[in-house]
Design a protein around this ligand. Sequence first.
Ligand code: SR1
Ligand code: MG
Length: 419
Amino acid sequence: MGAANTYEALTVETLPERLKGVAALAAQVGEDASTWRVEEIGDGNLNLVFIVSGPGGKAIIKQALPYVRLVGDSWPLPLYRAFFEYHALTRQAARDPGAVPVVHYFDETQALIVMEFLAPHVILRRKLIAGERVEGLAAFLGCYCARTAFRGSELSMQSGDKKTDVALFAGNIEIPAITEALVFTDPYFDAEMNNQTEGLEPVVARLRADVGLKVRAQKALQRFVSNTETMVHGDLHSGSIMSTDSDSKVIDPEFVQYGPMGFDIGMLCANFLMAYFSQPAHRASGLDDYQAWILAVIADTCSTFETEFRHLWKTERTGILYPASLFEDQGHDSTPACDAVLAGIWRDAWAVCGIEMHRRCLSLAHNADFEEIADVSLRARLEARNLMMGAELIHTAEEISGVEAVCALARSFNGKDVS
Ligand code: SR1
Ligand code: MG
C-alpha cells in the first residue's frame, strides 16, 4: 500500500491517496482515486470502518485501531486482530459459502481489510429495534452456526489441519481476553468498567450473591478458554449480522478463536432474547405479533441448527471423531452419538446465552435494544426480566429440554414484574 510500511490510521482525507495503488480496491470503485468519496461509518466499539464510493461501485475498508475505540487510547488493543479477522473470514466463507462478505484485499501492516459493500443491508439490531422482519433469517443463521461448528471441528477436519488452525488462532490473545472478562466475569462483581441502569440494584445484588450462579458462569468460562472444539465467530450478536428484508450476512469475526461448538448459537439466542424483552419500550402497536416473531426466529434458528448438524453428521463426518469405521461400518447406528454431541452443544449454548444476557446489562458495552430506552424505570423493569431469565438459563442449562422450553420461559418472564 503506497510507500507506507508502518501502521498509520486512515482518515477520510488520507484514504484515497494512501489506497490509490491497491488494485483490488480500484477494481471495485474505479481507477481514479480523485473521484472517490469516503465516509467513516464505524459505530462499533473497536475499529474504523470506511465506505469508499467511486464510479465503479463501493467497497468497505475496515481498519483496526491500536486501542479500544469505545474507551480510547487508555485501553491499547493489538492491531493483529485484523489478521485474525481476515483468516476467520476466509474459513467462514469456505465453511458456509456466501455467509460472509467477500474479502478483496488484506494488508497486515496497516491492519486493514477491503471487503464487499453490502447493500441495502443494515445492522440487524437496527431492524429488530425498528420492528422489521427478515425473511429466511432463522434458516440462514441456523445453517451458518451448524456449518461453521461442524466443519471447523474434528468431526469434519483432518486432525493435523485442525491442530495447525488451533495453533494459528491461539495467537489471538487480547481480543478473546475481552470476552473472558467482560462477558464471563465482570457481570458478577462490581468491576471497574461496569455500569447498570438505576433501579436494578436489588436484582443485581441477588445475582451477585448467588454463588452457585458464579460457579456455573466460571465453569462456562473454563470451557470457553480450554475447549477448542471448533472455530467460533466469538461475537455473534445482532450487531454482527447485516440484513435486508430477505438476505443476511455475518460480519466482524475479530473475536475468533477455537472454542465450544455451542458458543456462537448461545450468544446469538441471547441477543434475540434481549430484542424480545426490550420490545415493549419500542412499540405498542403490533407488539405481541412482533415478539412472537422474534421467538419464532429463535426456535427456527435452533431447529435448523439441529437439522443441518444431523445432515452434516450423516454426509460429512470425515474427521477422526465418531468415524463410520466404528459405527455404520459395524452396522451400528451413530444417531445416539450425534444426540449426545448435540446435547453437549445445547448445554453450553444455554449457559452462554444466560451469561450474555447478563453482561449486556451489567458490564461494559451494553446493547442499543435496552440502551436506547429513554424511560429509565421502564428500562430497568425490562432489563430485570432479562437478567432473571438469564440466571434461570445458567442454573438449568443441563436440564432444558429444548428451544421450545426456552421460548416458554421467555414468555413467562415477559409478563413478570421482577424486583
Ligand atoms: C471493549 S469491546 C466491547 C464489546 O464490543 C465488541 O463488539 C464485543 O461485543 C465486546 O465484548
Ligand atoms: Mg464487532
